[in-house]
Design a protein around this ligand. Structure first.
Ligand code: AMP
Ligand code: ZN
Length: 112
C-alpha cells in the first residue's frame, strides 16, 4: 500500500508534528491555506469518511478531542474550523482520512 500519511505516521516521510497520542497524529499541512493549517489524522488507515465502520466511532471522537488540545497548544482560543474532504467531488487528494484544522485568522465563508 502506497499511502503518504501512513508513511508519515511510521516516520518514513518527514513532517512537522504538532500532536500525537495513541490514536491520532497531527502535523502541519505542506501547503497551508491559513496561518495555522494542521492535518489531524487517525493512525489507523481508513481511506475516507465513507469508509468508516461502527468500530471507528470512538476514533472520530478522538480526532475532536485532539483538536481541542491542539487549539490550546497553538493559541487558537478565538476559534478554528475543521474540514473533511470526502471523495472525488470534495477534492480529496490523499486517501487516508484526515481533518483540516484551520485557524490563526478570521476565516471567510469559503475555505478549501
Ligand atoms: P485533501 O485535499 O483534503 O485530501 O487534503 C490533502 C492535504 O494533504 C493537502 O492540503 C496537502 O497539502 C496535504 N499534504 C499532502 N502531502 C503532504 C505531506 N507530505 N505533508 C503534509 N501535508 C501534505
Ligand atoms: Zn494510510
Amino acid at each position: 500500500m502506497d499511502c503518504v500519511f501512513c508513511e508519515i505516521i511510521k516516520g518514513n516521510i518527514p513532517s512537522t508534528k504538532v500532536y500525537e497520542d495513541d490514536f491520532v497524529v497531527a502535523f502541519n499541512d505542506l501547503n497551508p491555506q491559513t496561518p495555522v493549517h494542521v492535518l489531524i489524522v487517525p493512525k489507523k488507515h481508513i481511506a475516507s469518511a465513507n469508509d468508516l465502520v461502527e468500530e471507528d466511532a470512538e476514533l472520530v471522537g478522538r480526532v475532536f478531542l485532539a483538536a481541542k488540545k491542539i487549539a490550546r497548544q497553538l493559541g487558537l482560543e478565538s476559534g478554528y474550523r475543521i474540514i473533511n474532504n470526502c471523495g472525488k467531488d470534495a477534492g480529496q487528494t490523499v486517501m487516508h482520512l484526515h481533518f483540516h484544522m484551520l485557524g490563526g485568522k478570521t476565516l471567510g465563508e469559503k475555505i478549501i
